[in-house]
Design a protein around this ligand. Structure first.
Ligand code: FEO
Ligand code: CA
Ligand code: CA
Length: 728
């Protein structure tokens, strides 16, 4: 592609400020450059000190652990539940006694050379926004820098954070329209989407953003990217070629070759690789497109079928990019959506590296991607497609992971098999390969299904990946209650199963009218379907959601069979709603006293290295209606062995808790709070919330000014006052 990258949207590296940390990274023997560790060695565990993980970990090396008793509380979870934040929701984050939460980085904070301080009234231009932390942070991961001895530095690293979407009324000084909708607004919105790479350092005890870091980087909706894997170069990925500048998106008259793309959008949750790269997942990308002309999604054409199955529409999610940027106009550029819906790999330690869209992991509304390496060195990536009645997937790399040679793993995300899950009522399940030879529910192999027809199996496979949802329909996968994050229980201290969890956040369209199921021709209208309840999705009105988990047969990530159960059905212990035969709204959360840690709409899900399960919610942010007893959105901590649960953090009003990661020593947690004051307008942006400045008017260290005027999505840093492990 000859199109020029948006000239000031991707300033990622100022060579003049390059510091010796580059040399530190490069100097470390690649074999020891283990940025992301699974589990902890004996020395690290010993240095963690005071661990009491009885129910989580039966023994940690030689250190005997306390067993839980009625008086000692939950094993390994040493804090007391914070109370629910009931309506009217306080404009603050709360954490348990003995813990402190502070703002770390907020929308608009400068994170790279030349980045201006947040103005407070949204007057920033697109170019300025592209040098600042993006809007509406979501999934994130902390990549520690290596010390000179090769060990991980728990107080210095790169925090990679998704910026999922924008609240246009708050992003622009005069709102979505104001004086008129212009390309300048589109560009600012595009600049606030994507990924932020933030250099984080703990100095004199306080975590700070390194404001002029050479590693600071914004990846936006206009950043140049490569497309790799089996679908790269396919005709469906060839699109109009544009030159992108501040002033215009101008067609060159040419067509791309199907191996390049500009930008990433709606980066919800995430993943990371054991070779030290960040994976960002494109979720509701369909909503950023629109059509200036008519869009016939009922037609029998390939494009119309794809638009229908992936939810493209003329008006999208209310963004108006297509009115000023022809790249996002489906009428004139119908193949552009096919460049989205992928998992994108980013090397945070190489600020000038080109992100890569990995087509082998399939195309859908990716929520998160969780890797597991088994004892045999095989590696798999587990993923959910977040829409009502969509599916759970895993990708198994063809070759083994090589921990000794980082470069040897570069092809792992390009060569492998994508599977989709079928959960059977006998508590077992099957991974169905999305491959040309797989026989669909109609007895026809995918290769012979007209939707995936190709000149050879390579083209069939490319089409299967571009049309992943349709292939999953055809093979009879189980329609799930909105699969959100996946997480893998650490295999530590005697626990050696491959046990993966997935949040199923809610579903209000199951079993209440005409049943539907996967259409063999790949045309399932999943989002509007009303499939009957099944064992894996047992509630007909699943307001509060549940968490499913499975164990791979033979402790192999390459297994095609698994055993599963429901870890929890979330709910409101004090609800006055009448239970239905399949639908007890009270749930079965194991909290003591009962109801003290109720939650619903589980979304974020993550295991820390010590085996604690952290769950974040995405429910109504005003604590009204179904949430009057549960309160505002929250994050809970659970023991995967017993299900015992406590509430750790509550969010401000009209906000969601999104994203969590820890430093490798477990002593610092980063937690995301997204869209405080959601639904406010430009006329009154602080109508519902003025967080975080409502809570922290003056930051103690003065590094991150928090002027008033706009509520701001923010990454919060949580530490324990005694310096201990978070969760103890
Ligand atoms: Fe962006 Fe499915 O949450
Ligand atoms: Ca309970
Ligand atoms: Ca989410």
């Amino acid at each position: 592609m000859k199109g020029k990258q948006h000239p000031r949207n991707d300033v990622s590296l100022n060579p003049s400020t390059a510091r010796d940390i580059h040399a530190v990274v490069d100097a470390v023997d690649p074999a020891r450059r283990r940025f992301v560790g699974r589990g902890l060695g004996a020395a690290a565990l010993a240095s963690a000190g005071g661990l009491t993980l009885g129910g989580l970990v039966d023994s940690v090396e030689a250190r005997p652990l306390e067993r839980a008793t009625a008086s000692s509380g939950l094993p390994g979870i040493g804090f007391t539940s914070v109370p629910p934040s009931l309506a009217p929701v306080a404009d603050r984050v709360t954490v348990p006694a003995g813990y402190t939460a502070r703002a770390f980085v907020a929308w608009g904070d400068p994170i790279m050379p030349g980045g201006p301080a947040f103005a407070g009234d949204a007057r920033e231009s697109a170019a300025e926004q592209a040098l600042q932390f993006g809007m509406h942070n979501d999934g994130m991961h902390f990549f520690p820098f290596p010390r000179r001895d090769g060990s991980e530095n728990p107080e210095h690293g790169l925090l990679c954070v998704n910026n999922e979407y924008t609240h246009e009324e708050v992003l622009h000084a005069d709102g979505l329209v104001g004086a008129g909708y212009t390309l300048a607004k589109t560009r600012k919105s595009q600049a606030a989407h994507g990924v932020s790479v933030v250099e984080a350092a703990r100095l004199r005890g306080q975590w700070r953003v390194v404001k002029r870091s050479p590693f600071g980087r914004r990846i936006t909706s206009n950043t140049f990217m490569r497309i790799s894997g089996p679908a790269a170069g396919h005709a469906l990925l060839k699109t109009r070629e544009f030159t992108i500048t501040d002033a215009a998106t101008t067609p060159t008259g040419g067509t791309t070759d199907g191996t390049v793309a500009y930008g990433t959008i709606n980066n919800c949750a995430h993943g990371w690789t054991p070779w030290g790269t960040f994976l960002t997942c494109e979720e509701n990308w369909n909503g950023n497109f629109g059509a200036n002309g008519t869009l016939d999604t009922s037609a029998a054409t390939e494009t119309a079928k794809l638009n229908r199955r992936y939810g493209l529409s003329a008006s999208g999610n209310g963004y108006r990019w297509h009115t000023t940027d022809p790249r996002f106009d489906l009428s004139g550029n119908p193949n552009e959506p096919h460049l989205f819906g992928w998992v994108v790999e980013i090397d945070p330690f190489r600020p000038d590296s080109t992100p890569v869209k990995r087509t082998a992991l399939g195309r859908f509304k990716h929520e998160s991607v969780q890797h597991v390496v088994d004892a045999d060195g095989r590696i798999a990536f587990y993923m959910g497609d977040d829409e009502r009645n969509e599916y759970i997937y895993k990708y198994v790399a063809k070759r083994r992971y090589n921990p000794a040679l980082r470069a040897a793993n570069r092809q792992l995300l390009d060569e492998g098999t994508l599977y989709v899950a079928r959960f059977d009522s006998d508590l077992t399940g099957v991974w169905l390969a999305l491959a040309p030879d797989t026989v669909g529910v109609d007895g026809v192999k995918l290769r012979d299904n007209p939707n995936f027809a190709g000149t050879d199996d390579a083209e069939v496979q490319a089409k299967i990946l571009i049309k992943t949802r349709m292939a999953a329909d055809a093979v009879g996968a189980t329609m799930m209650d909105r699969p959100e994050w996946t997480g893998a229980r650490p295999r530590i201290a005697g626990f050696d199963e491959i046990e993966v969890y997935c949040t199923l956040t809610n579903n209000n369209r199951r079993g209440t009218s005409t049943a539907s199921s996967n259409a063999a021709d790949g045309s399932t209208a999943a989002a509007s379907a009303r499939p009957p309840v099944d064992a894996a999705n047992p509630r007909e009105d699943n307001v509060y959601g549940h968490i499913i988990r499975w164990r791979e047969a033979g402790r192999s990530v390459a297994a095609t069979r698994f055993a599963w159960d429901l870890f929890v059905q979330a709910g409101d212990s004090a609800t006055t709603k009448t239970a239905k035969p399949s639908n007890d709204y009270r749930g079965d959360i194991a909290d003591d006293p009962n109801g003290s840690a109720d939650y619903g709409a589980p979304d974020g899900l993550w295991f820390d290295a010590f085996g604690r399960l952290w769950v974040q919610t995405d429910q109504a942010g005003n604590a009204e209606g179904d949430w009057v007893h549960i309160g505002a959105n929250c994050m809970v901590c659970a023991d995967p062995a017993t299900g015992a649960t406590r509430r750790f953090l509550t969010a401000p009003p009209h906000a969601e808790v999104t994203g969590v990661t820890m430093t490798p020593d477990g002593r610092t947690m980063f937690v995301g709070v997204q869209h405080p004051g959601e639904d406010s307008t430009a006329a009154n942006p602080t109508q519902y919330s003025n967080w975080p400045q409502a809570q922290w008017t003056v930051e103690a260290d003065g590094v991150t000014p928090l002027p008033g005027g706009r509520p701001r999505s923010t990454v919060v840093v949580v530490t324990k006052d005694d310096g201990g492990i978070i969760g103890t």
